[in-house]
Design a binder for this molecule. Structure first.
Ligand code: ZN
Length: 448
Protein backbone atom coordinates (compact mmCIF):
# COMPACT_ATOMS: atom_id res chain seq x y z
CA UNK A 1 0.00 0.00 0.00
CA UNK A 2 2.85 2.36 0.82
CA UNK A 3 6.25 2.48 -0.88
CA UNK A 4 9.35 1.09 0.78
CA UNK A 5 11.35 3.79 2.50
CA UNK A 6 13.82 5.37 0.10
CA UNK A 7 15.26 8.00 2.42
CA UNK A 8 18.85 8.83 1.51
CA UNK A 9 21.42 7.91 4.16
CA UNK A 10 22.69 10.66 6.43
CA UNK A 11 25.68 12.26 4.74
CA UNK A 12 28.80 13.56 6.45
CA UNK A 13 29.15 16.95 4.81
CA UNK A 14 31.61 19.80 4.87
CA UNK A 15 30.15 22.96 3.36
CA UNK A 16 33.01 25.36 2.65
CA UNK A 17 33.34 29.06 1.85
CA UNK A 18 29.65 29.76 2.39
CA UNK A 19 27.91 32.88 3.67
CA UNK A 20 25.94 31.62 6.67
CA UNK A 21 22.96 33.47 8.15
CA UNK A 22 23.00 31.31 11.25
CA UNK A 23 20.01 32.89 13.08
CA UNK A 24 22.02 32.07 16.20
CA UNK A 25 22.56 35.35 18.10
CA UNK A 26 25.93 34.13 19.39
CA UNK A 27 27.23 33.49 15.87
CA UNK A 28 25.39 36.03 13.70
CA UNK A 29 26.27 36.07 10.00
CA UNK A 30 29.52 34.41 8.96
CA UNK A 31 31.36 35.10 5.68
CA UNK A 32 33.52 32.37 4.12
CA UNK A 33 32.28 29.95 6.75
CA UNK A 34 32.65 26.19 6.98
CA UNK A 35 29.85 23.99 8.33
CA UNK A 36 30.54 20.42 9.38
CA UNK A 37 27.67 17.91 9.51
CA UNK A 38 28.20 14.46 11.01
CA UNK A 39 25.57 11.79 11.52
CA UNK A 40 22.72 14.30 11.27
CA UNK A 41 24.24 16.89 13.61
CA UNK A 42 25.89 20.25 12.95
CA UNK A 43 29.13 19.55 14.79
CA UNK A 44 31.15 22.65 13.84
CA UNK A 45 30.56 26.02 12.24
CA UNK A 46 33.13 28.78 11.91
CA UNK A 47 35.51 30.66 9.67
CA UNK A 48 38.62 28.59 10.36
CA UNK A 49 39.51 25.88 7.79
CA UNK A 50 38.45 22.34 8.74
CA UNK A 51 39.87 18.97 7.73
CA UNK A 52 37.42 17.27 5.31
CA UNK A 53 38.35 13.84 6.80
CA UNK A 54 36.19 11.66 4.54
CA UNK A 55 33.23 14.02 4.34
CA UNK A 56 31.51 14.99 1.09
CA UNK A 57 32.71 18.54 0.42
CA UNK A 58 30.17 21.02 -0.92
CA UNK A 59 31.76 24.16 -2.31
CA UNK A 60 29.65 26.95 -0.86
CA UNK A 61 31.31 29.81 -2.76
CA UNK A 62 28.54 32.08 -4.02
CA UNK A 63 25.96 30.31 -1.84
CA UNK A 64 24.00 31.38 1.24
CA UNK A 65 23.30 28.93 4.06
CA UNK A 66 20.21 29.32 6.24
CA UNK A 67 18.44 27.10 8.74
CA UNK A 68 15.54 25.30 7.04
CA UNK A 69 12.15 26.99 7.30
CA UNK A 70 9.60 25.89 9.89
CA UNK A 71 5.91 25.75 8.90
CA UNK A 72 3.71 25.56 11.97
CA UNK A 73 0.20 24.82 10.62
CA UNK A 74 -0.44 22.94 7.42
CA UNK A 75 -3.42 20.71 6.59
CA UNK A 76 -1.47 18.18 4.55
CA UNK A 77 -4.44 15.82 4.24
CA UNK A 78 -6.35 17.97 1.74
CA UNK A 79 -3.46 18.84 -0.56
CA UNK A 80 -4.97 16.95 -3.50
CA UNK A 81 -7.90 19.41 -3.49
CA UNK A 82 -5.70 22.15 -4.97
CA UNK A 83 -6.88 22.78 -8.52
CA UNK A 84 -10.40 21.59 -7.72
CA UNK A 85 -10.86 24.54 -5.37
CA UNK A 86 -11.32 27.57 -7.59
CA UNK A 87 -13.20 30.84 -8.07
CA UNK A 88 -16.02 29.01 -9.91
CA UNK A 89 -19.41 28.81 -8.14
CA UNK A 90 -19.56 25.99 -5.57
CA UNK A 91 -15.83 25.39 -5.79
CA UNK A 92 -14.70 27.40 -2.76
CA UNK A 93 -12.40 25.72 -0.25
CA UNK A 94 -15.04 24.80 2.32
CA UNK A 95 -17.51 23.39 -0.24
CA UNK A 96 -14.84 21.26 -1.91
CA UNK A 97 -13.44 20.07 1.43
CA UNK A 98 -16.93 19.12 2.61
CA UNK A 99 -17.71 17.37 -0.66
CA UNK A 100 -14.50 15.42 -1.20
CA UNK A 101 -13.14 15.07 2.35
CA UNK A 102 -15.22 11.96 3.14
CA UNK A 103 -13.99 10.16 0.00
CA UNK A 104 -10.31 10.18 0.87
CA UNK A 105 -9.00 6.70 1.57
CA UNK A 106 -5.92 5.95 3.61
CA UNK A 107 -3.68 5.92 0.55
CA UNK A 108 -4.99 9.36 -0.42
CA UNK A 109 -4.01 10.69 3.00
CA UNK A 110 -0.54 9.22 2.65
CA UNK A 111 0.05 10.53 -0.89
CA UNK A 112 -1.56 13.92 -0.23
CA UNK A 113 0.93 14.40 2.60
CA UNK A 114 3.84 13.13 0.49
CA UNK A 115 2.82 15.47 -2.34
CA UNK A 116 2.72 18.51 -0.07
CA UNK A 117 5.95 17.54 1.67
CA UNK A 118 7.70 17.21 -1.69
CA UNK A 119 6.70 20.79 -2.38
CA UNK A 120 7.86 21.76 1.11
CA UNK A 121 11.33 20.43 0.30
CA UNK A 122 11.58 22.45 -2.91
CA UNK A 123 10.56 25.52 -0.86
CA UNK A 124 13.26 24.96 1.77
CA UNK A 125 10.77 23.97 4.48
CA UNK A 126 12.39 21.36 6.72
CA UNK A 127 9.84 21.23 9.56
CA UNK A 128 6.07 20.94 9.14
CA UNK A 129 3.30 20.86 11.72
CA UNK A 130 0.78 18.54 10.06
CA UNK A 131 -2.56 19.85 11.35
CA UNK A 132 -5.11 17.13 10.66
CA UNK A 133 -8.75 18.12 11.03
CA UNK A 134 -10.05 15.04 9.28
CA UNK A 135 -8.96 11.98 11.25
CA UNK A 136 -11.52 9.19 11.08
CA UNK A 137 -9.47 6.51 12.80
CA UNK A 138 -5.99 5.94 14.19
CA UNK A 139 -5.18 4.26 10.84
CA UNK A 140 -5.70 7.57 8.99
CA UNK A 141 -3.36 9.22 11.46
CA UNK A 142 -0.81 6.42 11.07
CA UNK A 143 -0.74 7.03 7.29
CA UNK A 144 0.05 10.68 7.92
CA UNK A 145 2.85 10.03 10.41
CA UNK A 146 4.25 7.38 8.10
CA UNK A 147 4.22 9.94 5.25
CA UNK A 148 6.07 12.45 7.39
CA UNK A 149 8.70 9.88 8.38
CA UNK A 150 9.05 8.56 4.82
CA UNK A 151 9.49 12.13 3.54
CA UNK A 152 12.21 12.69 6.14
CA UNK A 153 10.70 16.02 7.21
CA UNK A 154 10.80 17.04 10.87
CA UNK A 155 7.62 18.09 12.58
CA UNK A 156 4.50 17.35 14.51
CA UNK A 157 1.31 15.50 13.72
CA UNK A 158 -1.75 16.96 15.46
CA UNK A 159 -4.70 14.61 15.65
CA UNK A 160 -8.13 16.20 15.25
CA UNK A 161 -11.73 15.02 14.93
CA UNK A 162 -13.11 14.05 11.53
CA UNK A 163 -14.07 16.93 9.25
CA UNK A 164 -17.81 16.15 9.42
CA UNK A 165 -18.01 15.91 13.24
CA UNK A 166 -20.93 17.70 14.85
CA UNK A 167 -20.06 20.29 17.52
CA UNK A 168 -21.85 18.22 20.18
CA UNK A 169 -19.71 15.14 19.57
CA UNK A 170 -16.56 14.90 21.67
CA UNK A 171 -13.69 13.61 19.55
CA UNK A 172 -13.00 9.91 19.97
CA UNK A 173 -10.57 10.12 22.88
CA UNK A 174 -10.18 6.34 23.10
CA UNK A 175 -8.97 6.32 19.48
CA UNK A 176 -6.63 9.20 20.22
CA UNK A 177 -5.17 7.22 23.12
CA UNK A 178 -4.65 4.19 20.85
CA UNK A 179 -2.85 6.40 18.36
CA UNK A 180 -0.50 8.09 20.82
CA UNK A 181 0.43 4.75 22.35
CA UNK A 182 1.38 3.55 18.86
CA UNK A 183 3.77 6.46 18.27
CA UNK A 184 6.16 6.93 21.18
CA UNK A 185 9.19 9.13 20.47
CA UNK A 186 11.33 5.99 20.28
CA UNK A 187 9.42 4.91 17.17
CA UNK A 188 9.70 8.23 15.28
CA UNK A 189 13.39 8.69 16.08
CA UNK A 190 12.52 12.11 17.52
CA UNK A 191 11.74 13.40 14.01
CA UNK A 192 7.98 13.75 14.54
CA UNK A 193 6.06 14.32 17.76
CA UNK A 194 2.35 14.13 18.39
CA UNK A 195 -0.16 16.78 19.39
CA UNK A 196 -3.90 17.33 19.30
CA UNK A 197 -5.96 19.67 17.07
CA UNK A 198 -9.03 20.84 18.99
CA UNK A 199 -12.06 22.90 18.00
CA UNK A 200 -12.30 24.81 21.27
CA UNK A 201 -14.95 27.14 22.71
CA UNK A 202 -15.70 28.83 19.37
CA UNK A 203 -16.92 25.62 17.79
CA UNK A 204 -17.98 23.22 20.54
CA UNK A 205 -20.03 23.40 23.75
CA UNK A 206 -18.35 23.57 27.14
CA UNK A 207 -18.74 19.87 27.99
CA UNK A 208 -16.94 18.94 24.76
CA UNK A 209 -14.00 21.32 24.85
CA UNK A 210 -13.44 20.76 28.56
CA UNK A 211 -13.26 16.97 28.12
CA UNK A 212 -10.90 17.35 25.15
CA UNK A 213 -8.62 19.83 26.95
CA UNK A 214 -8.53 17.65 30.07
CA UNK A 215 -7.38 14.56 28.16
CA UNK A 216 -4.83 16.48 26.11
CA UNK A 217 -3.25 17.93 29.24
CA UNK A 218 -3.41 14.67 31.17
CA UNK A 219 -1.54 12.98 28.31
CA UNK A 220 0.96 15.81 27.91
CA UNK A 221 -0.10 16.62 24.34
CA UNK A 222 0.52 20.08 22.88
CA UNK A 223 -2.80 21.65 21.83
CA UNK A 224 -3.54 23.63 18.69
CA UNK A 225 -6.79 25.30 17.68
CA UNK A 226 -8.11 27.57 14.98
CA UNK A 227 -9.36 30.97 16.02
CA UNK A 228 -10.63 32.20 12.67
CA UNK A 229 -14.28 33.01 13.14
CA UNK A 230 -16.75 33.32 15.94
CA UNK A 231 -19.79 31.19 15.28
CA UNK A 232 -22.16 33.29 17.32
CA UNK A 233 -21.03 36.63 15.92
CA UNK A 234 -21.25 37.85 12.38
CA UNK A 235 -19.19 40.95 13.11
CA UNK A 236 -16.20 39.57 14.96
CA UNK A 237 -14.41 42.21 17.04
CA UNK A 238 -12.51 39.99 19.44
CA UNK A 239 -11.25 36.44 19.50
CA UNK A 240 -12.55 36.05 23.05
CA UNK A 241 -9.16 34.87 24.23
CA UNK A 242 -9.57 36.68 27.54
CA UNK A 243 -12.37 34.22 28.24
CA UNK A 244 -10.10 31.34 27.26
CA UNK A 245 -7.62 32.67 29.79
CA UNK A 246 -10.30 32.96 32.49
CA UNK A 247 -11.13 29.31 31.90
CA UNK A 248 -7.48 28.23 32.12
CA UNK A 249 -7.36 27.12 28.50
CA UNK A 250 -4.26 29.10 27.43
CA UNK A 251 -0.62 28.38 28.17
CA UNK A 252 2.73 27.54 26.61
CA UNK A 253 1.29 24.16 25.58
CA UNK A 254 -1.27 25.92 23.35
CA UNK A 255 -0.90 27.23 19.80
CA UNK A 256 -3.66 29.52 18.53
CA UNK A 257 -3.92 29.72 14.74
CA UNK A 258 -4.86 33.02 12.99
CA UNK A 259 -6.38 35.14 15.79
CA UNK A 260 -6.82 37.94 13.26
CA UNK A 261 -9.53 39.55 15.39
CA UNK A 262 -7.58 39.55 18.64
CA UNK A 263 -8.29 42.64 20.73
CA UNK A 264 -5.60 44.36 22.76
CA UNK A 265 -6.82 42.45 25.83
CA UNK A 266 -6.69 39.16 23.89
CA UNK A 267 -3.09 39.83 22.89
CA UNK A 268 -2.21 40.67 26.49
CA UNK A 269 -3.72 37.34 27.57
CA UNK A 270 -1.69 35.47 24.93
CA UNK A 271 1.53 37.14 26.06
CA UNK A 272 0.86 36.69 29.78
CA UNK A 273 0.14 32.99 29.41
CA UNK A 274 2.99 32.22 26.99
CA UNK A 275 0.52 31.00 24.36
CA UNK A 276 1.96 30.75 20.83
CA UNK A 277 0.36 32.08 17.65
CA UNK A 278 0.72 30.63 14.17
CA UNK A 279 -0.12 33.06 11.38
CA UNK A 280 -0.79 32.01 7.78
CA UNK A 281 -0.63 35.49 6.29
CA UNK A 282 -1.77 34.78 2.74
CA UNK A 283 -4.91 32.75 3.60
CA UNK A 284 -5.69 35.25 6.35
CA UNK A 285 -5.42 38.23 4.01
CA UNK A 286 -7.54 36.44 1.42
CA UNK A 287 -10.32 35.20 3.67
CA UNK A 288 -10.16 36.48 7.27
CA UNK A 289 -8.48 39.82 7.79
CA UNK A 290 -5.11 41.26 8.68
CA UNK A 291 -2.59 39.06 10.48
CA UNK A 292 -1.60 41.06 13.55
CA UNK A 293 2.12 40.44 13.17
CA UNK A 294 3.37 43.74 14.55
CA UNK A 295 1.02 43.91 17.55
CA UNK A 296 1.74 40.30 18.57
CA UNK A 297 5.50 40.78 18.30
CA UNK A 298 5.40 44.05 20.22
CA UNK A 299 3.52 42.26 23.02
CA UNK A 300 6.20 39.56 23.15
CA UNK A 301 4.05 36.68 21.85
CA UNK A 302 5.87 33.79 20.15
CA UNK A 303 4.73 34.13 16.53
CA UNK A 304 5.41 31.65 13.74
CA UNK A 305 4.35 31.34 10.13
CA UNK A 306 2.40 28.75 8.19
CA UNK A 307 0.98 27.79 4.82
CA UNK A 308 -2.42 26.57 6.11
CA UNK A 309 -3.37 24.44 3.10
CA UNK A 310 -2.44 23.99 -0.54
CA UNK A 311 -6.17 23.93 -1.31
CA UNK A 312 -6.62 27.64 -0.65
CA UNK A 313 -5.20 30.39 -2.84
CA UNK A 314 -1.71 30.39 -1.39
CA UNK A 315 1.65 28.70 -1.89
CA UNK A 316 4.28 27.43 0.54
CA UNK A 317 6.74 29.99 -0.77
CA UNK A 318 8.34 31.52 2.31
CA UNK A 319 9.98 34.43 0.49
CA UNK A 320 6.77 35.65 -1.13
CA UNK A 321 4.96 35.30 2.21
CA UNK A 322 7.62 37.32 4.04
CA UNK A 323 7.56 39.92 1.28
CA UNK A 324 3.78 40.25 1.62
CA UNK A 325 4.00 40.53 5.41
CA UNK A 326 6.61 43.26 5.26
CA UNK A 327 4.59 45.23 2.73
CA UNK A 328 1.26 44.86 4.57
CA UNK A 329 2.76 45.64 7.97
CA UNK A 330 4.48 48.72 6.56
CA UNK A 331 1.18 49.94 5.12
CA UNK A 332 -0.80 49.05 8.24
CA UNK A 333 1.58 50.09 11.04
CA UNK A 334 4.24 52.22 9.34
CA UNK A 335 7.66 51.15 8.12
CA UNK A 336 9.29 52.07 11.46
CA UNK A 337 7.09 49.59 13.37
CA UNK A 338 6.92 46.81 10.78
CA UNK A 339 9.25 43.88 11.51
CA UNK A 340 12.58 44.04 9.70
CA UNK A 341 13.57 41.45 7.07
CA UNK A 342 15.87 39.80 9.59
CA UNK A 343 13.08 39.62 12.18
CA UNK A 344 10.84 38.05 9.54
CA UNK A 345 13.46 35.43 8.74
CA UNK A 346 13.55 34.63 12.46
CA UNK A 347 9.78 34.05 12.42
CA UNK A 348 10.24 31.57 9.58
CA UNK A 349 13.06 29.70 11.31
CA UNK A 350 13.96 29.91 14.99
CA UNK A 351 10.60 31.26 16.19
CA UNK A 352 8.79 28.48 14.36
CA UNK A 353 10.99 26.00 16.21
CA UNK A 354 10.15 27.77 19.51
CA UNK A 355 6.46 27.52 18.70
CA UNK A 356 6.79 23.75 18.31
CA UNK A 357 9.04 23.43 21.38
CA UNK A 358 11.99 22.15 19.34
CA UNK A 359 14.29 25.18 19.36
CA UNK A 360 16.98 23.15 21.09
CA UNK A 361 16.91 20.81 18.09
CA UNK A 362 16.43 23.01 15.01
CA UNK A 363 15.74 26.58 13.83
CA UNK A 364 19.30 27.92 13.67
CA UNK A 365 22.71 26.86 12.41
CA UNK A 366 24.24 26.11 15.78
CA UNK A 367 26.73 23.44 16.82
CA UNK A 368 24.86 20.59 18.48
CA UNK A 369 21.56 21.14 16.67
CA UNK A 370 20.28 18.70 14.07
CA UNK A 371 21.38 19.47 10.52
CA UNK A 372 18.29 21.11 8.99
CA UNK A 373 19.56 23.67 6.50
CA UNK A 374 19.19 25.10 3.03
CA UNK A 375 21.67 26.47 0.51
CA UNK A 376 20.70 29.23 -1.92
CA UNK A 377 22.41 30.55 -5.02
CA UNK A 378 23.39 34.13 -4.14
CA UNK A 379 24.42 34.64 -7.77
CA UNK A 380 20.83 34.36 -9.04
CA UNK A 381 20.05 37.53 -10.99
CA UNK A 382 17.32 38.51 -8.54
CA UNK A 383 19.88 38.64 -5.69
CA UNK A 384 22.43 40.74 -7.61
CA UNK A 385 24.14 43.14 -7.24
CA UNK A 386 24.67 41.86 -3.73
CA UNK A 387 23.85 43.74 -0.54
CA UNK A 388 22.43 42.87 2.88
CA UNK A 389 21.55 39.19 2.54
CA UNK A 390 18.48 39.22 4.82
CA UNK A 391 16.99 42.23 3.04
CA UNK A 392 17.72 40.67 -0.36
CA UNK A 393 16.10 37.34 0.54
CA UNK A 394 12.91 38.86 1.93
CA UNK A 395 12.51 41.45 -0.79
CA UNK A 396 13.84 39.61 -3.85
CA UNK A 397 14.28 35.95 -2.87
CA UNK A 398 12.58 33.14 -4.78
CA UNK A 399 12.09 29.51 -3.86
CA UNK A 400 13.94 28.63 -7.06
CA UNK A 401 17.12 30.15 -5.56
CA UNK A 402 17.25 27.13 -3.24
CA UNK A 403 19.69 24.53 -4.56
CA UNK A 404 20.13 22.16 -1.62
CA UNK A 405 17.96 21.08 1.31
CA UNK A 406 19.25 18.96 4.17
CA UNK A 407 16.98 17.59 6.90
CA UNK A 408 18.38 15.67 9.84
CA UNK A 409 21.59 15.24 7.85
CA UNK A 410 19.84 13.74 4.80
CA UNK A 411 20.12 15.56 1.47
CA UNK A 412 16.52 15.77 0.21
CA UNK A 413 17.11 18.37 -2.52
CA UNK A 414 20.37 18.24 -4.47
CA UNK A 415 21.09 20.60 -7.33
CA UNK A 416 17.40 21.63 -7.21
CA UNK A 417 16.21 18.02 -7.69
CA UNK A 418 14.24 15.92 -5.20
CA UNK A 419 16.51 13.02 -4.30
CA UNK A 420 13.77 10.57 -3.29
CA UNK A 421 12.06 8.62 -6.11
CA UNK A 422 8.93 8.35 -3.92
CA UNK A 423 8.76 12.16 -3.59
CA UNK A 424 8.94 12.50 -7.37
CA UNK A 425 6.19 9.87 -7.69
CA UNK A 426 3.98 11.86 -5.31
CA UNK A 427 4.24 14.84 -7.64
CA UNK A 428 3.90 12.86 -10.89
CA UNK A 429 0.76 11.05 -9.70
CA UNK A 430 -1.04 14.04 -8.13
CA UNK A 431 -3.47 14.61 -11.01
CA UNK A 432 -4.36 10.92 -11.36
CA UNK A 433 -4.95 10.57 -7.63
CA UNK A 434 -7.16 13.63 -7.56
CA UNK A 435 -9.12 12.36 -10.57
CA UNK A 436 -9.71 8.98 -8.89
CA UNK A 437 -10.89 10.73 -5.71
CA UNK A 438 -13.35 12.93 -7.62
CA UNK A 439 -14.61 9.91 -9.55
CA UNK A 440 -15.32 8.03 -6.31
CA UNK A 441 -17.35 10.97 -4.98
CA UNK A 442 -19.20 11.26 -8.30
CA UNK A 443 -20.08 7.57 -8.37
CA UNK A 444 -21.49 7.93 -4.85
CA UNK A 445 -23.66 10.81 -6.10
CA UNK A 446 -21.92 13.31 -3.82
CA UNK A 447 -20.14 15.36 -6.47
CA UNK A 448 -21.14 16.94 -9.76
ZN1 ZN B 1 -6.00 25.97 9.26
Amino acid sequence: MFPDSDLPARADLLITDVTALTMDPRLGDLEHATIRIEDGVITEIGVDPMDPAGARVLDGAGLLALPGFVDTHWHLWNSLLRGTVSDAPGRDYFSVKRGLGPFHDIEDFYWAARFALAEAVTAGITTVHNWDHNVRSPDDADANVRAQLDAGIRGRFSYGPRDSSTPEATMDLADLRVFIDRWPASRTGGLVDVGVALRGPHRTPESVYRAEWRSAREWGLPITLHCDRCLRETDCRTCGLVRFDDEGLLGPDVQVVHAVHASGADITALAATGTHVSLSPITELRTMGFPLVTELLEAGVVVSLSTDTLAMPTAPDVFSTLRAVEAVESARCGADRAPSPRRLLQLATVDGARDLGIDAVTGSLSPGKRADLILLDARSSNLLPSGDAAEALVRQGRATDITTVVVDGRVLLDDRQLTQPSARTAVADADARRDALVERARTAGAWK
